[in-house]
Design a protein around this ligand. Structure first.
Ligand SMILES: *Cc1c(COP(=O)(O)O)cnc(C)c1O
Length: 470
């Protein structure tokens, strides 16, 4: 009998991309009758982790891995291990969690010049943003009887704010950016009304790393008697060090009088493990809007600071350990190499790649767009040389967010060389459809937005199953 290999279908190839281990490891669809040996599992997990880490460690990935130092990760994992099983809710059993959390808040409040250390540790940037929105919504309801709340956001503010507003029935009003790609303050002012619960500015924004004019936003917020949340999820743990190193950083923190809350991700430039962020409030009254207490539940008196119930003590302990072990010297040194690498890349683009336009002059990332070439074609070429950029839209652009692994010697120079090749590729393939931009094309179809949403939903469905049979 002749055996002919069936040609791999497109679907098969897509499934192999999504489930690369379906051919090399057993796929569990049921809990196995007999437990698999720890040694077997440890070696299987190590194989996957080693293969997956190689990409980030190469220094060719934007954002994502902020430290990249495996000795640091190992240390955090050691600390994590001591409290991995501990439930932060049970403070009588684990008073160490009270120490760790309180000190994370105190150190962060000091860094951001808060008059007092008032805040919460959350599970990530999105979590911090959603809790801030909730506190403002409750404050407006209690103090001003606002029933149809709206929040005014720069169009560039992080999408998690939209998600939170969507969940909580808060209307989002989009303020445009001006020529500097930061929020247009008069436009923001004209979008506010009596039902506005808060306004938001970014320091810096996810897409471009730019800092909105926080001082002007602070004046606006004070004049209208509403809160101002500053989303420092990305820049929060980098900008203070940039300022100390002498970079030109406009005021964005609690030194600006109108700023009433700040989010900053310890799991980004704070170099903690994934799963933590800090949300600080200027005063305890606003924070108490997010407290939840129940006195009449058969399960007993219940008190919790936010959406989460049980939380692992490991994350809080390791975040605290990251901050204390790195220290001011360590944060300064890391920031110095990140900022230097970014300026080499940014200057290289400005001087050597006239086809590309750098958006603003961000400190720790570089985004660029182009009038001459399709930047998604540029991205196709960069991908083939192993780079993983973040693709942006409105306008089409790419960003490279600089983190620890990108500061290795030679990475910036290699990037600029490959970017030159990529621009030439885009010039040579002008008019051809880019692979990177394929999904974005749906947006221009009639009903495109609806179609795109349903395709995106299908992707999530496909990612939440055990690997399909080979
Ligand atoms: C990453 C990021 C967030 C969201 O953080 P997650 O930790 O991914 O939930 C919010 N705002 C900005 C500016 C960010 O860069």
């Amino acid at each position: 009998m002749s055996q002919e290999a069936a040609p791999a279908s497109d679907l098969d190839r897509m499934l192999d991309d999504l489930f690369p281990y379906r051919r090399t490891t057993e796929t569990f669809r049921l809990i196995p009758d007999e437990g698999v040996g720890r040694d077997v599992l440890l070696s299987e997990v190590a194989t996957m982790a080693t293969a997956e880490d190689a990409r980030g460690d190469s220094g060719r990935v934007s954002g994502s891995l902020y430290s990249g130092d495996h000795e640091h990760y190992h240390f955090l994992a050691q600390v994590f291990e001591h409290f991995a099983h501990a439930n932060v809710l049970q403070r009588d059993m684990y008073p160490s969690a009270t120490k760790f959390e309180g000190e994370i808040l105190a150190m962060t409040a000091d860094l951001f010049h808060s008059p007092q250390p008032v805040g919460v540790v959350t599970s990530g940037g999105s979590d911090s943003l959603v809790h801030a929105l909730y506190a403002y919504r409750e404050q407006a309801r209690v103090q001003r009887d606002v029933r149809m709340p709206n929040v005014v956001l720069p169009i560039t503010a992080h999408v998690a704010l939209r998600k939170g507003a969507h969940w909580m029935g808060i209307e989002v009003r989009d303020a445009p950016v001006d020529g500097s790609f930061t929020v247009d303050v008069p436009a923001m002012a004209s979008l506010m009304d009596d039902n506005t619960i808060a306004i938001v500015g970014s320091a810096g924004d996810y897409a471009h790393g730019l800092i909105d004019p926080i001082e002007r936003l602070g004046e606006l917020a004070q004049a209208r008697g509403v809160g101002l949340h500053v989303d420092g999820c990305l820049g929060g743990f980098l900008l203070p060090w940039a300022e100390a190193l002498g970079y030109d950083v406009p005021l964005w923190d609690f030194r600006v009088p109108g700023v009433t809350s700040i989010s900053a991700d310890t799991h980004k430039y704070g170099y903690a493990l994934k799963g933590t962020s800090v949300l600080l409030y200027r005063d305890a009254a606003l924070r108490s809007q997010q407290w939840f207490a129940s006195t009449d539940w058969p399960g007993g008196l219940y008190l919790s600071p936010g959406l989460a119930g049980s939380r692992s003590g490991g994350l809080i302990a390791s975040t605290w350990a990251a901050m204390v072990s790195i220290g001011r010297d360590g944060y300064l040194a890391r920031a110095d190499s990140i900022l230097t690498t970014n300026s080499v890349i940014q200057q290289g683009i400005r001087d050597g790649l006239p086809e590309l336009t750098v958006i603003g002059d961000p400190l720790f990332m570089t985004s660029f767009m182009s009038d001459d070439v399709d930047v998604y074609l540029v991205n196709d070429s960069l991908k083939s040389s192993g780079w993983r950029m973040n693709a942006l839209q409105l306008p089409p652009s790419l960003h490279f967010c600089i983190t620890g692994p990108n500061t290795q010697p030679g990475v910036a120079q290699d990037f600029l060389a490959d970017l030159r090749v990529a621009v030439d590729y885009a010039l040579a393939h002008r008019g051809e459809p880019a692979v990177s931009g394929a999904m974005y094309g749906f947006g221009a179809m009639p009903d495109g937005d609806q179609t795109l949403r349903s395709v995106m939903g299908g992707v999530l469905d496909a990612m939440h199953v055990a690997a399909p049979e080979v």
